[in-house]
Design a protein. Sequence first.
Length: 293
Amino acid sequence: MVWNRRKWIILFSIVPLAIYTIIVIIPLLSSFYYSFTDWNGFRQDYNWVGFDNYAKVFRDNLFIGAIKNTLIWMVAAVILPVGGGLSLALLLHEGIWGANFYKSLFYLPICLSLAVIGQVWIWIYQPNWGLINTILRDIHLDHLTMAWLANPQTALASVIAAWSWQQIGLAMVIFLAGLTSIPSELTEAAEIDGATYLQSLYHVVIPLLSPATVVIIALSIINSLKSFDIVYMMTQGGPFHTTDTLAMFMYNESFKKYYMGYGSAIAVVLFLIAMVIIAFYFRQVRELEHLYD
Protein backbone atom coordinates (compact mmCIF):
# COMPACT_ATOMS: atom_id res chain seq x y z
CA MET A 1 0.00 0.00 0.00
CA VAL A 2 2.82 2.38 0.92
CA TRP A 3 4.70 1.55 -2.26
CA ASN A 4 1.60 2.17 -4.40
CA ARG A 5 1.10 5.56 -2.76
CA ARG A 6 4.71 6.54 -3.39
CA LYS A 7 4.44 5.35 -6.97
CA TRP A 8 1.42 7.57 -7.60
CA ILE A 9 3.16 10.53 -5.97
CA ILE A 10 6.18 10.04 -8.24
CA LEU A 11 3.96 9.58 -11.28
CA PHE A 12 1.99 12.78 -10.68
CA SER A 13 5.20 14.71 -9.91
CA ILE A 14 6.91 13.87 -13.20
CA VAL A 15 4.96 16.32 -15.40
CA PRO A 16 5.19 19.36 -13.04
CA LEU A 17 8.89 18.71 -12.41
CA ALA A 18 9.52 18.33 -16.14
CA ILE A 19 7.73 21.61 -16.89
CA TYR A 20 9.61 23.37 -14.07
CA THR A 21 12.92 22.01 -15.32
CA ILE A 22 12.26 23.16 -18.89
CA ILE A 23 10.92 26.60 -17.96
CA VAL A 24 13.12 27.46 -14.96
CA ILE A 25 16.10 25.18 -14.35
CA ILE A 26 17.41 24.89 -17.92
CA PRO A 27 17.20 28.66 -18.66
CA LEU A 28 18.84 29.35 -15.30
CA LEU A 29 21.75 27.03 -16.02
CA SER A 30 21.98 28.43 -19.55
CA SER A 31 22.32 31.94 -18.15
CA PHE A 32 25.21 30.80 -15.96
CA TYR A 33 26.87 29.17 -18.95
CA TYR A 34 26.41 32.03 -21.41
CA SER A 35 27.62 34.57 -18.85
CA PHE A 36 31.12 33.19 -19.51
CA THR A 37 30.83 33.71 -23.29
CA ASP A 38 30.52 36.56 -25.79
CA TRP A 39 27.39 35.09 -27.40
CA ASN A 40 25.15 37.68 -29.08
CA GLY A 41 21.98 35.58 -28.96
CA PHE A 42 21.99 34.59 -32.64
CA ARG A 43 25.17 33.12 -34.00
CA GLN A 44 26.12 29.54 -33.26
CA ASP A 45 29.82 30.26 -32.85
CA TYR A 46 30.94 32.24 -29.82
CA ASN A 47 34.02 32.53 -27.65
CA TRP A 48 34.61 31.51 -24.08
CA VAL A 49 35.66 34.69 -22.24
CA GLY A 50 35.79 33.42 -18.67
CA PHE A 51 35.11 36.11 -16.07
CA ASP A 52 35.51 39.02 -18.51
CA ASN A 53 31.78 39.78 -18.45
CA TYR A 54 31.75 39.91 -14.65
CA ALA A 55 34.82 42.15 -14.63
CA LYS A 56 33.10 44.43 -17.13
CA VAL A 57 29.93 44.54 -15.03
CA PHE A 58 31.61 46.24 -12.10
CA ARG A 59 33.47 48.70 -14.36
CA ASP A 60 30.34 49.71 -16.26
CA ASN A 61 29.00 53.10 -15.12
CA LEU A 62 25.55 52.21 -16.43
CA PHE A 63 25.55 49.07 -14.27
CA ILE A 64 26.62 51.12 -11.23
CA GLY A 65 23.76 53.52 -11.98
CA ALA A 66 21.32 50.60 -12.25
CA ILE A 67 22.58 49.27 -8.90
CA LYS A 68 21.98 52.69 -7.28
CA ASN A 69 18.49 52.94 -8.75
CA THR A 70 17.69 49.41 -7.58
CA LEU A 71 18.91 50.22 -4.06
CA ILE A 72 16.78 53.37 -4.00
CA TRP A 73 13.84 51.26 -5.18
CA MET A 74 14.50 48.66 -2.46
CA VAL A 75 14.52 51.33 0.27
CA ALA A 76 11.30 52.82 -1.10
CA ALA A 77 9.86 49.29 -1.29
CA VAL A 78 10.35 48.97 2.46
CA ILE A 79 9.14 52.42 3.48
CA LEU A 80 6.14 53.06 1.20
CA PRO A 81 4.26 49.71 1.16
CA VAL A 82 4.96 49.04 4.85
CA GLY A 83 4.07 52.56 6.00
CA GLY A 84 1.10 52.98 3.67
CA GLY A 85 -0.21 49.45 4.12
CA LEU A 86 0.04 49.64 7.93
CA SER A 87 -1.70 53.03 8.02
CA LEU A 88 -4.58 51.80 5.88
CA ALA A 89 -4.86 48.56 7.83
CA LEU A 90 -5.03 50.37 11.18
CA LEU A 91 -7.63 52.78 9.83
CA LEU A 92 -9.83 50.05 8.35
CA HIS A 93 -9.40 47.77 11.36
CA GLU A 94 -11.03 50.40 13.55
CA GLY A 95 -14.30 49.62 11.80
CA ILE A 96 -14.94 52.87 9.93
CA TRP A 97 -18.10 53.16 7.85
CA GLY A 98 -17.81 51.33 4.53
CA ALA A 99 -14.64 49.48 5.60
CA ASN A 100 -15.32 46.48 3.38
CA PHE A 101 -15.80 48.72 0.34
CA TYR A 102 -12.52 50.52 1.03
CA LYS A 103 -10.71 47.23 1.53
CA SER A 104 -11.83 46.10 -1.91
CA LEU A 105 -11.01 49.48 -3.42
CA PHE A 106 -7.48 49.61 -2.01
CA TYR A 107 -6.81 45.97 -2.89
CA LEU A 108 -8.02 46.36 -6.49
CA PRO A 109 -4.67 47.60 -7.94
CA ILE A 110 -2.88 44.38 -6.91
CA CYS A 111 -5.30 42.48 -9.17
CA LEU A 112 -4.03 44.42 -12.19
CA SER A 113 -0.82 43.65 -14.03
CA LEU A 114 2.06 46.09 -13.71
CA ALA A 115 1.78 46.81 -17.44
CA VAL A 116 -1.77 48.09 -16.86
CA ILE A 117 -0.66 50.01 -13.77
CA GLY A 118 2.11 51.60 -15.83
CA GLN A 119 -0.31 52.71 -18.56
CA VAL A 120 -2.73 54.18 -16.01
CA TRP A 121 0.04 56.23 -14.42
CA ILE A 122 1.35 57.37 -17.80
CA TRP A 123 -2.05 59.02 -18.23
CA ILE A 124 -1.86 60.47 -14.71
CA TYR A 125 1.61 61.93 -15.39
CA GLN A 126 0.74 63.18 -18.89
CA PRO A 127 2.12 66.77 -19.11
CA ASN A 128 -0.82 68.45 -20.86
CA TRP A 129 -4.00 66.80 -19.59
CA GLY A 130 -2.72 64.38 -16.91
CA LEU A 131 -4.44 64.32 -13.53
CA ILE A 132 -1.49 65.66 -11.51
CA ASN A 133 -0.75 68.66 -13.73
CA THR A 134 -4.47 69.39 -14.12
CA ILE A 135 -4.91 69.55 -10.34
CA LEU A 136 -1.82 71.74 -9.98
CA ARG A 137 -3.17 74.16 -12.57
CA ASP A 138 -6.61 74.21 -10.91
CA ILE A 139 -5.08 75.24 -7.57
CA HIS A 140 -2.87 77.84 -9.30
CA LEU A 141 0.43 76.00 -8.88
CA ASP A 142 1.27 76.06 -12.56
CA HIS A 143 4.98 76.50 -11.79
CA LEU A 144 5.05 72.98 -10.34
CA THR A 145 3.72 71.29 -13.47
CA MET A 146 6.24 69.32 -15.49
CA ALA A 147 6.77 66.27 -17.69
CA TRP A 148 7.18 63.93 -14.74
CA LEU A 149 8.48 60.94 -16.67
CA ALA A 150 10.73 62.97 -18.98
CA ASN A 151 12.48 64.88 -16.19
CA PRO A 152 15.63 63.07 -14.96
CA GLN A 153 15.03 64.54 -11.49
CA THR A 154 11.54 63.10 -11.07
CA ALA A 155 11.34 60.08 -13.40
CA LEU A 156 12.55 57.43 -10.93
CA ALA A 157 10.42 58.73 -8.06
CA SER A 158 7.40 58.84 -10.39
CA VAL A 159 7.80 55.20 -11.42
CA ILE A 160 8.38 54.10 -7.81
CA ALA A 161 5.22 55.95 -6.74
CA ALA A 162 3.19 54.10 -9.40
CA TRP A 163 4.65 50.75 -8.32
CA SER A 164 4.05 51.48 -4.62
CA TRP A 165 0.43 52.41 -5.33
CA GLN A 166 -0.12 48.80 -6.32
CA GLN A 167 1.97 47.21 -3.56
CA ILE A 168 0.29 49.12 -0.72
CA GLY A 169 -2.92 47.14 -1.24
CA LEU A 170 -1.11 43.83 -0.75
CA ALA A 171 0.62 45.11 2.39
CA MET A 172 -2.72 46.35 3.74
CA VAL A 173 -4.33 42.91 3.39
CA ILE A 174 -1.43 41.14 5.11
CA PHE A 175 -1.42 43.66 7.96
CA LEU A 176 -5.19 43.31 8.35
CA ALA A 177 -4.74 39.55 8.71
CA GLY A 178 -2.09 40.18 11.35
CA LEU A 179 -4.29 42.66 13.23
CA THR A 180 -7.19 40.24 13.42
CA SER A 181 -4.91 37.67 15.06
CA ILE A 182 -3.94 40.03 17.91
CA PRO A 183 -6.05 39.30 21.02
CA SER A 184 -8.13 42.33 21.95
CA GLU A 185 -7.36 41.63 25.62
CA LEU A 186 -3.79 42.82 25.12
CA THR A 187 -4.75 46.24 23.79
CA GLU A 188 -7.50 46.56 26.39
CA ALA A 189 -5.01 45.77 29.15
CA ALA A 190 -2.68 48.46 27.81
CA GLU A 191 -5.53 50.98 27.88
CA ILE A 192 -6.41 50.02 31.45
CA ASP A 193 -2.76 50.59 32.41
CA GLY A 194 -3.07 54.13 31.06
CA ALA A 195 -1.33 53.70 27.71
CA THR A 196 -2.32 56.12 24.97
CA TYR A 197 -3.26 54.86 21.51
CA LEU A 198 0.21 55.60 20.16
CA GLN A 199 1.90 53.90 23.13
CA SER A 200 -0.32 50.84 22.71
CA LEU A 201 0.45 50.83 19.00
CA TYR A 202 4.21 51.09 19.52
CA HIS A 203 4.58 48.68 22.45
CA VAL A 204 1.86 46.10 21.74
CA VAL A 205 0.47 46.12 18.21
CA ILE A 206 3.59 46.69 16.08
CA PRO A 207 5.74 44.07 17.91
CA LEU A 208 2.96 41.50 17.44
CA LEU A 209 2.84 42.38 13.74
CA SER A 210 6.48 41.34 13.29
CA PRO A 211 5.66 38.18 11.27
CA ALA A 212 3.45 40.16 8.87
CA THR A 213 6.05 42.91 8.62
CA VAL A 214 8.82 40.45 7.73
CA VAL A 215 6.65 38.91 5.00
CA ILE A 216 5.75 42.31 3.52
CA ILE A 217 9.33 43.59 3.57
CA ALA A 218 10.64 40.43 1.92
CA LEU A 219 7.93 40.43 -0.76
CA SER A 220 8.41 44.13 -1.44
CA ILE A 221 12.19 43.85 -1.79
CA ILE A 222 11.98 40.76 -4.01
CA ASN A 223 9.33 42.44 -6.16
CA SER A 224 11.50 45.55 -6.41
CA LEU A 225 14.36 43.45 -7.76
CA LYS A 226 12.02 42.17 -10.47
CA SER A 227 10.85 45.67 -11.39
CA PHE A 228 10.96 45.41 -15.15
CA ASP A 229 7.47 45.50 -16.64
CA ILE A 230 6.37 48.79 -15.09
CA VAL A 231 9.71 50.45 -15.89
CA TYR A 232 9.57 49.17 -19.47
CA MET A 233 6.00 50.39 -19.82
CA MET A 234 6.59 53.86 -18.39
CA THR A 235 10.16 54.90 -19.29
CA GLN A 236 12.13 51.94 -20.72
CA GLY A 237 14.98 53.01 -18.43
CA GLY A 238 15.07 56.64 -19.55
CA PRO A 239 15.52 59.51 -19.57
CA PHE A 240 19.29 59.11 -19.78
CA HIS A 241 19.20 55.78 -17.88
CA THR A 242 17.88 57.52 -14.74
CA THR A 243 15.22 54.81 -14.23
CA ASP A 244 17.38 51.84 -15.18
CA THR A 245 17.03 49.03 -12.68
CA LEU A 246 19.07 45.83 -12.82
CA ALA A 247 16.25 43.98 -14.58
CA MET A 248 15.76 46.79 -17.11
CA PHE A 249 19.50 47.14 -17.69
CA MET A 250 19.80 43.39 -18.25
CA TYR A 251 17.00 43.50 -20.82
CA ASN A 252 18.55 46.41 -22.71
CA GLU A 253 21.98 44.79 -22.87
CA SER A 254 20.60 41.38 -23.88
CA PHE A 255 17.74 42.14 -26.26
CA LYS A 256 18.44 45.62 -27.57
CA LYS A 257 22.23 45.66 -27.83
CA TYR A 258 22.44 41.87 -28.35
CA TYR A 259 25.19 41.38 -25.76
CA MET A 260 23.59 38.17 -24.53
CA GLY A 261 26.70 36.98 -22.70
CA TYR A 262 27.03 40.27 -20.85
CA GLY A 263 23.30 40.36 -20.15
CA SER A 264 23.52 36.83 -18.73
CA ALA A 265 26.26 37.99 -16.35
CA ILE A 266 23.99 40.80 -15.15
CA ALA A 267 21.18 38.26 -14.70
CA VAL A 268 23.46 36.07 -12.59
CA VAL A 269 24.39 39.05 -10.38
CA LEU A 270 20.69 39.86 -9.96
CA PHE A 271 19.95 36.21 -9.14
CA LEU A 272 22.67 36.12 -6.46
CA ILE A 273 21.40 39.34 -4.86
CA ALA A 274 17.87 37.89 -4.78
CA MET A 275 19.17 34.65 -3.23
CA VAL A 276 20.93 36.57 -0.44
CA ILE A 277 17.72 38.45 0.36
CA ILE A 278 15.61 35.28 0.24
CA ALA A 279 18.09 33.49 2.54
CA PHE A 280 17.89 36.41 5.00
CA TYR A 281 14.09 36.26 4.80
CA PHE A 282 13.94 32.54 5.64
CA ARG A 283 16.39 33.08 8.50
CA GLN A 284 14.13 35.78 9.97
CA VAL A 285 11.08 33.55 9.53
CA ARG A 286 12.80 30.73 11.41
CA GLU A 287 13.71 33.08 14.24
CA LEU A 288 10.11 34.28 14.46
CA GLU A 289 8.86 30.68 14.54
CA HIS A 290 11.17 29.96 17.50
CA LEU A 291 9.99 33.15 19.17
CA TYR A 292 6.30 32.23 18.95
CA ASP A 293 6.68 28.48 19.68
